[in-house]
Design a protein around this ligand. Structure first.
Ligand SMILES: O=C(O)CCC(=O)C(=O)O
Length: 217
């Protein structure tokens, strides 16, 4: 179905933990969405935690239902209410994933220098075994994964317009990252749709380690 490379033995695809769907949007549609989101969203370039400022090697924005928050330790990422075209994209993704989501983390990689380090989306507020739907727009980028118990790593290419579902169990067993790729000059946006469990919103996001953990290159 997809073009992807698997270097890892017993990869998350083989375990059924990463499901690759085809294009949700044509090239023309995703170009328009990419331009609209880059222009229209309110991007964050840093966060503050433990009284310190952490610059992040990418831009991010968090949109969610009223009362749904995303915490970096003591500090909360500014939560914004749903706007178009995020609402239409969410509806489309929910249809394919057959589940609903109350929030989305949108990540803007301006070029190949922007990246995200090794982490798992295993914050307590996402519940014990979250399913997360990840839509890519724009430039293809590598998505690396490795078992948390330090087995072999592997990667797939995430292409424009395509949806990947990180199924229940993936965040518990695997870490992932998007390494920098110096040869890339075009932008990419990734949208990860999540369901925050309202009663468990006090968690600490492991992505705070991005700035201090070894990069995934
Ligand atoms: O950009 C991507 O494909 C992954 C983003 C990511 O790691 C995340 O939202 O947790």
């Amino acid at each position: 179905m997809m073009n992807f490379m698997i270097n890892a033995f017993d990869s998350p695809q083989q375990q059924g933990l990463l499901t690759l769907h085809g294009r949700l949007y044509t090239e023309q549609q995703s170009n328009a969405l990419l331009a609209n989101l880059i222009r229209g969203l309110d991007w964050q370039t840093h966060f503050v935690a433990y009284g310190r400022r952490f610059d992040i090697p990418r831009q991010q924005a968090w949109y969610a239902d009223e009362g749904v928050h995303y915490r970096y330790s003591e500090n909360q990422m500014p939560s914004q209410r749903w706007v178009e075209p995020l609402i239409s994209i969410k509806n489309r993704v929910e249809d394919i994933a057959s589940r609903s989501f109350n929030s989305v983390l949108v990540t803007y990689y301006r070029d190949g220098q922007d990246h995200v380090g090794w982490h798992a989306d295993d914050e307590p507020e996402l519940g014990d075994s979250p399913s997360i739907a990840s839509l890519s727009l724009g430039q293809s980028r590598q998505f690396h994964f490795r078992p948390k118990d330090m087995g072999e790593s592997g990667y797939i290419e995430l292409h424009d317009g395509e949806l990947v579902i990180m199924q229940a169990g993936f965040q518990q067993q695997w870490q992932h990252c998007v390494p920098s790729q110096d040869e890339i000059y075009k932008p990419r946006i990734n949208l990860t749709f999540r369901q925050v469990v309202m009663s468990r919103q006090e968690g600490v996001d492991s992505m705070i380690l991005d700035t201090e953990s070894p990069s995934c290159n």
